[in-house]
Design a protein around this ligand. Structure first.
Ligand SMILES: NC(=O)c1ccc[n+]([C@@H]2O[C@H](COP(=O)([O-])OP(=O)(O)OC[C@H]3O[C@@H](n4cnc5c(N)ncnc54)[C@H](O)[C@@H]3O)[C@@H](O)[C@H]2O)c1
Length: 355
């Protein structure tokens, strides 16, 4: 039996994604999403893995991020344009597709700008659970743009972080971030320098956007025992940490062939030892092994995280009404009569409109 309505694909718009997230609750959404992300990292061997396909230009990058676990296939389209905020646009926007591997038909199309912020933050927090000191309570958050509140929410929901130290070169960004987080129950202080923000911090999250080798953190700013969650350096020629910090850190990455090109470790020799985070999640490799160790999660974002996010959203959709059905796939009555479908449409268009 051929199912009806093969032309229709569930589509989650920005408005529907926001309603879904709010209905589930931001904290619950982050926690459940984190479980899906960790679960998929634990099935690492099952995934078809490729470094994302990037098209670079003077002001940014457009990337495609595909992966498959053999049953579902997913990809995300995402851009990164640090100058965009000056023209009222987001630095990062995204949408993604999940498809059934058996027949290749898409089963979900979704906005992923909000979903990317949630999945990036959830991934950071899961990694920190294995890499930060257990009693970590204070996080410096440097770069207070679109990602920042999501990072704060994920650390508050998934780790013991209860205090935030904010710093941004644009003080209005820090003020917005503090205002938006007013009801979350975090102790928040705006700092006037990055040095002040990292003073006494257990975790340092960097989420700045600049298309250059930036030095958001210098070596003297990172003391023993700190966990660095480096989110903003995610493109060739776009980093945030001084190289000397990398040399003192134990470095954890998502998929090393991609991170060696895009992450902080592009500053290091191609054979510098790093640990893929799935090895830590599965217990094959240790996470933090001493109180004084500096751990660095050199996050660039990997396709499985988006796959997990789409898989999670799909699992939550039924019965919510937070999607529409898009007439996206041509579905002629007889599969090979695609041209005939066009002819029938032409005939329909010629029919005189009833008065
Ligand atoms: N690792 C991942 O998976 C992942 C996912 C999403 C975004 N990102 C990256 O995270 C970064 C932040 O993204 P966003 O959407 O929040 O960008 P955004 O443009 O909204 O915010 C960036 C903020 O950084 C601030 N900033 C720039 N230079 C700074 C400096 N030297 N010191 C302090 N603050 C500085 C800006 O004023 C701005 O407020 C981008 O580089 C983006 O590409 C990474």
């Amino acid at each position: 039996m051929v199912p009806e309505n093969l032309n229709l694909v569930p589509f989650v718009s920005v408005e529907n994604m926001m309603d879904l997230v709010l209905e589930i609750g931001i904290d619950t959404f982050l926690r459940e999403l984190a479980e899906f992300i960790e679960e998929d990292f634990r099935r690492w061997e099952r995934f078809d893995k490729t470094a994302r396909i990037a098209s670079h230009s003077a002001d940014g990058v457009i990337e495609l991020m595909p992966t498959s676990d053999g049953r579902l296939y997913g990809f995300k389209y995402v851009n990164g344009h640090p100058k965009n905020t000056r023209s009222g646009r987001q630095t990062v926007t995204a949408f993604g597709v999940l498809a059934d591997v058996d027949n290749g038909y898409p089963v979900l199309l979704a906005e992923m700008t909000i979903l990317t912020a949630l999945r990036t933050a959830a991934t950071s927090a899961v990694a920190a659970r294995y890499l930060a000191r257990r009693e970590s309570a204070t996080m410096a958050l440097i770069g207070n743009g679109a990602q920042s509140e999501f990072q704060a929410r994920a650390f508050a929901a998934l780790t013991g972080v209860r205090a935030l130290r904010l710093y941004d070169t644009d003080p209005s960004a820090s003020r917005r971030c503090r205002r938006n987080l007013a009801d979350v129950g975090l102790d928040i202080r705006i700092c006037s320098t990055a040095e002040e923000a990292v003073e006494g911090a257990d975790v340092i999250t960097t989420a700045t956007a600049d298309k250059q080798y930036a030095t958001i953190l210098t070596d003297n700013m990172v003391g023993p025992g700190v966990h660095i969650n480096a989110v903003g350096g995610d493109c060739p020629g776009k980093t945030e940490l001084h190289r000397d910090i990398l040399l003192r850190s134990d470095i954890f990455v998502e998929y090393s062939p991609q991170t060696r090109v895009e992450g902080e470790i592009q500053q290091l020799a191609p054979d510098h030892p790093v640990t893929e985070i799935w090895r830590v999640f599965t217990g094959v490799a240790p996470g933090r092994s001493s109180e004084s160790q500096i751990t660095l999660f050199d996050s660039v974002g990997f396709a499985t995280e988006d796959f997990s996010a789409l898989r999670y959203v799909r699992s939550k959709l039924s019965g919510t009404g937070h999607y529409t059905e898009l007439d996206m796939l041509a579905d002629p009555d007889e599969p090979r009569d695609l041209y005939g479908m066009l002819l029938r449409r032409e005939a329909q268009r010629r029919e005189p409109v009833e008065a």
